[in-house]
Design a protein around this ligand. Structure first.
Ligand SMILES: [Zn+2]
Ligand SMILES: [Zn+2]
Length: 65
């Protein structure tokens, strides 16, 4: 599978929300807490990520790490 965003690189992961294939360059990542002290990673495409992060935060400047 080839990344659905850039159509150049091989798929690294699928978007957790809409499921489209993404390469390591086009994927956006964030961390979430489960409430029990565990932390998981999420991988999303740009569009889904925009819905995920707080309103008004630019996608490119958001850095969970
Ligand atoms: Zn890509
Ligand atoms: Zn998506």
């Amino acid at each position: 599978m080839v990344c659905k965003v850039c159509h150049e690189k091989d798929t690294f992961v699928n978007c957790f929300d809409c499921g489209i294939p993404l390469c390591s360059d086009c994927v956006k990542t964030d961390l979430y807490g489960t409430g029990c002290g565990c932390i998981g990673a999420i991988y999303m495409c740009r569009d889904c990520f925009k819905e995920w992060i707080p309103a008004g935060v630019p996608v490119d400047s958001y850095n969970p790490f």
